[in-house]
Design a protein around this ligand. Structure first.
Ligand code: CUK
Ligand code: CUA
Length: 644
């Protein structure tokens, strides 16, 4: 079933109905759409490596997963905003602080987007950034350890969807609110019907330390009430600017699905962030009392700390004449994507039947010549649509969402409603190719497709619905990714592969950038954990009141000590387990009967802790949970718990 774009809303609704009824009819030619030698082109022989690492968001699983391309093989799931029992993430005493917020311990979130750190507009292999949508947070993942290194909460924000888009040299990671809300604090107790007066948008500029990667909320921009959906930082000619898609210019606070879709055009907000930075540095911002958590994982102590911070600097964009401009953009824009040269900004009105492409040069001229609409929006100048427009891609498909770019001047846009990926030329706006996706693609990713020099070659469509694509697994099916080869004129479908959670955005990095810097081992001598045990000879049990600390070591194939007596009801027992192996890829696990804090997985050179409060008298076995040697089954011991 190939849907041909036609005009009009009626057809759009019909198309939506058709796409929802895909379950009933398997599209003809779904199989034949696969390239004949696809197997060879995605097959990585045993023992050989993939060409790309692909970091993929896990959506409502709160995790990030790492796949190889072109094989689609899953290498690792990195817990970010959710607890993960496999790695004791959020269970071990060392990692619990990573999930602290100003609301307390929040062990789940909705991870939508991933963006790599950049140097001169190219992925530099240092970090991945990820947003959380619900209790607004931003995370930094260390690409040496493939672990979450830092999480910062974002104040004045409800739904951090418009994040973590990154400037050309990762000066800032952006976090902007999807739901306008009143500013944090006691002033937030206002009638919801006072949306127009009291609800505001906030855009946070989170700076990234060049060496350590450390986050710091430098400043926030306060805006009129708008919903910020997605953004892209300018690059090349537009470096220093930021482009954010805004919907709900109607400022509806009820029945948003209807009331926020009334206006013919919403906006893309163009922000001169270098100017904003200047004003901030000149002390033009206002300090506001807020509360947010800032959590860091220290690789020396192998322990996270959480700190509550209490202040943020806010600049109101309406106080300045040259900070922000609105460009009208048809029908609830979702993606706002900037091409590799930085000259073109692609808006994707998810209810529109065309794609507007704006020109940075024309925008600059329009601003210089004040080619504005008569009326401002909430005090912000609105640039005339035609003045900023490079042109429109006509009849590209239905429901455009996201656009990525290749190295040859082409753009690839995902269409949710007509369920396809469309290739078009950025300069001529001519549609060059279209391929169906199975079904209903959300984001798509071209390797390096948001950088200054895309790697091209592969495109992955991240689909929302799988229906008949895989063996059925009860009412809930996996989400999926579809790999296309885009090196030729026509896109060729190579592979379907299931994903973890709901994949939104992803980032592919050439394997060569990362594979040699991947950390092999934690040096036990550099381990500064306060409860480290250097060797079996130091293993011991210490008591202080009702606090018992077991300093335990693991090495093939022994847990020391393995006989523990003297524990009494009412004790709080901490097993500080140090893995004293110094051989790569030799983790040990630790679990004890009845423990509520899952298991530990301890890497060589590392110390991790389980807290255990025995709930009954008796003998409790414990053991290593990760098969480590022929004597793994023997790697165990007993704890005796006696009455108080
Ligand atoms: S998105 Cu978050 S609703 Cu198009 Cu980035 Cu999927
Ligand atoms: Cu150590 Cu199994």
């Amino acid at each position: 079933m190939k849907l041909k774009p036609k005009e009009g809303l009626l057809w759009m609704l019909a198309a939506a109905a058709v796409s929802l009824s895909f379950s009933a009819c398997k599209p003809k030619g779904a199989g034949s759409a696969v390239s004949g030698n696809a197997a060879q082109r995605t097959y990585i022989p045993p023992g050989q490596y993939d060409e790309f690492y692909t970091f993929t968001s896990g959506g409502f699983s709160g995790q990030m997963s790492v796949y190889g391309l072109p094989s689609g093989r899953l290498f690792r799931v990195i817990p970010v905003f959710s607890v993960d029992p496999e790695k004791a993430w959020g269970f071990s005493e060392e990692t619990k602080p990573m999930l602290e917020t100003s609301h307390g311990f929040v062990p789940w979130d909705d991870l939508h987007h991933i963006e790599s750190s950049f140097t001169d507009g190219m992925p530099d292999g240092k970090w991945m950034f990820a947003n959380s949508n619900n209790t607004p947070r931003l995370a930094r993942i260390d690409l040496q350890t493939f672990r979450t290194a830092e999480i910062i909460e974002i104040p004045n924000t409800g739904g951090n969807h418009c994040s973590p888009f990154t400037t050309e040299n990762s000066e800032y990671v952006i976090a902007a609110t999807r739901f306008s809300v009143p500013p944090d604090g006691p002033g937030g107790d206002v009638p919801i019907s006072s949306y127009k007066e009291n609800f505001k948008g906030h855009i946070s500029f989170v700076s990234v330390d060049k060496e350590t990667g450390e986050f710091n909320i430098a400043f926030q921009l306060k805006t009129p009430g708008l919903n910020f959906d997605l953004s892209s930082a300018g690059k090349g000619v537009s470096n220093g600017w930021l482009f954010i898609s805004c919907y709900n210019s109607e400022q509806a606070h009820t029945l948003q699905e209807v009331n926020a879709s009334q206006n013919d055009k919403d906006f893309i907000m163009a922000i001169n962030w270098k100017k904003a930075e200047e004003y901030f540095k000149a002390g033009k911002g206002v300090k506001q009392a807020v509360r947010y958590a800032h959590n860091k994982y220290d690789e020396h102590t192998h322990t996270a700390t959480s700190q509550i911070k209490t202040e943020v600097t806010v600049l109101d964009i309406t106080d300045f004449d040259d900070l922000a401009y609105l460009i009208p953009c048809p029908k609830s824009p979702h993606g706002a994507d900037v091409n590799p040269t930085g000259e073109y900004i692609v808006g994707s009105g998810k209810l529109a039947a065309l794609i507007p492409v704006f020109s940075f040069e024309k925008l600059q001229n329009a601003i210089a010549n004040k080619e504005f609409e008569g009326e401002r929006y909430g005090g912000v100048p609105v640039v005339k649509y035609e003045s900023a427009l490079h042109g429109e891609v006509q009849k590209p498909g239905l429901g455009p969402l996201h656009t990525e770019f290749d190295e040859k001047g082409n753009a690839y846009t995902s269409f949710f409603v007509s369920s396809e990926v469309v290739k078009w030329n950025v300069k001529t706006l001519e549609v060059l190719d279209r391929q169906p996706t199975y079904y209903s693609v959300g984001h798509l990713m071209v390797a390096g497709g948001n950088s200054k020099k895309p790697y091209g070659k592969y495109l992955v469509a991240y689909n929302k619905i799988t229906k008949d694509r895989f063996l059925p697994t009860g009412p809930e099916l996996c989400h999926s990714a579809q790999l296309f080869d885009i090196s030729g004129d026509k896109m060729e479908l190579l592979l379907d592969f299931p994903t973890i959670g709901e994949p939104h955005y992803a980032q592919s990095l050439p394997a060569d950038i990362l594979k040699d810097k991947s950390l092999k081992i934690y040096d036990i001598n550099a381990n500064a954990h306060p409860h480290k045990t250097n060797g079996e000879a130091e293993a011991r049990i210490e008591r202080e009141g009702n606090i018992v600390r077991v300093y335990m070591t693991t090495i093939r194939s022994h847990l020391t000590p393995d006989v523990i007596e003297g524990i009494r009801m009412g004790d709080e027992v901490y097993f500080h387990v140090t893995n004293i192996e110094q051989d790569w890829d030799m983790p040990h696990g630790f679990a004890i009967k009845g423990a509520k804090n899952a298991e530990l997985l301890i890497m060589p050179g590392e110390t991790q802790t389980i807290k255990w409060e025995p709930d009954r008298v008796g003998i409790f076995p414990f053991y290593c949970t990760d098969f480590c040697s022929a004597l793994h089954q023997e790697m165990s011991g007993y704890v005796r718990v006696s009455p108080k």
